[in-house]
Design a protein around this ligand. Structure first.
Ligand SMILES: Nc1nc2c(ncn2[C@@H]2O[C@H](COP(=O)(O)OP(=O)(O)OP(=O)(O)O)[C@@H](O)[C@H]2O)c(=O)[nH]1
Ligand SMILES: [Mg+2]
Length: 316
């Protein structure tokens, strides 16, 4: 008898991992079944979130970090959440470059995911993909996202450690502030330190941090300069992650619990919506929307009507 897909994932078979991720990306029932089977085997991997503006050098940095972690004997899973369409060049080219660097290394699994086309929500799909890599025995799972939208912030928020990558002279620093990613940083990286303005940027991040009140025992996010293309400063990034990990074991437990709560709430609202859509007649949802627009019904009553319908339908 052949091994099931879950068994093959747990054994670390790269083709099974790829297949599992596709099932999850499709938001299929088979994907949900798979997560169910894999779940008891998860919780061991350390999740590193890497975010920052487009072109900051995140992928280059992740690649270098992967090299360092491999030297230390760690196995790595990488999920690159790419904002471009799956058919445009960016993600695929980036993957190819990295594939070349780690080609033939069974200890590294790389997958990019498009941000579009996730009916079930991008944050959920990403978390589930991370679960697959965790179950497959990867010691570290790195999630790369472009820090632009709430979705991406949500993804990074759920990592064990969040690295925010900034670059000098792009004006993106301000944008990063706006997106609220500054507050989620456990480690700041000023990449492209070979460029003018790196010191100035590091200073302005330090100035911003100095406005926050840190207690003596609090983790104070370090600001590290890197040149990802040459790998300069990257061992220091890994060291900072290790320090963070050792510093905040209690914090980590809290964060993991928050992650579970976020996921449960998110899954529940997704499932409830699915259920509601099943219960309503075709076009009825749109009719309710029209009704709200034309003031025939208010939004609270419309929502109440839908909830009552689901209640009457009984348990799913
Ligand atoms: N000068 C310089 N260039 C760098 C450095 N790190 C990365 N780059 C270059 O910056 C460009 C973008 O690098 P990526 O690693 O693809 O950046 P990214 O943040 O992953 O980009 P997206 O995923 O498209 O948002 C590439 O041409 C890199 O070679 C650096 O430290 N110095
Ligand atoms: Mg990238």
């Amino acid at each position: 008898m052949g091994a099931t897909l879950a068994e093959r994932v747990i054994a670390g078979d790269p083709r099974a991992i790829a297949r599992a991720i596709s099932l999850i990306e499709d938001d299929s029932a088979a994907g949900a079944d798979l997560v169910r089977e894999l779940y008891p085997r998860t919780g061991r991997a350390y999740l590193i979130g890497v975010t920052g503006p487009p072109g900051a050098g995140k992928s280059t940095l992740v690649d270098r970090m992967t090299g360092e972690l491999r030297k230390a004997g760690q196995t790595i899973g990488i999920v690159a959440v790419d904002p471009t369409s799956p058919f445009s060049g960016g993600a695929i080219l980036g993957d190819r470059v990295r594939m070349a660097a780690h080609f033939g290394d069974e200890g590294v699994f790389i997958r990019s995911m498009a941000t579009r086309g996730h009916l079930g929500g991008l944050a959920r799909a990403t978390s589930d993909v991370a679960l697959v890599l965790d179950a497959a025995g990867k010691d570290v799972v790195i999630i790369e996202t472009v820090g632009v939208g709430q979705d991406e912030v949500d993804i990074v928020r759920t990592a064990d450690v969040s690295i925010v990558v900034l670059v000098p002279g792009t004006g993106d620093e301000v944008q990063a502030l706006k997106a609220g990613i500054m507050e989620i940083a456990d480690v700041f990286v000023v990449n492209k330190a070979d460029r003018d303005g790196a010191d100035r940027l590091a200073q302005s991040v330090a100035a911003m941090l100095s406005l926050q009140a840190f207690q003596p025992d609090d983790w104070r996010p370090p600001i590290l300069k890197t040149e990802a293309t040459t790998g300069a400063g990257v061992p220091e990034v890994i060291a900072a992650v290790d320090r963070f990990r050792a510093h905040s074991e209690a914090q980590q437990a809290i964060r993991r619990r928050e992650r579970q709560e976020y996921r449960l709430r998110d899954l529940l609202s997704h499932r409830f919506l699915q259920l509601a859509e099943q219960e309503l007649a075709p076009g009825e949802f749109q009719r309710l929307v029209d009704g709200i627009a034309s003031r025939r019904i208010d939004p609270y009553s419309a929502a109440g009507e839908i909830i009552n319908r689901v209640r009457r339908a009984g348990p799913a």
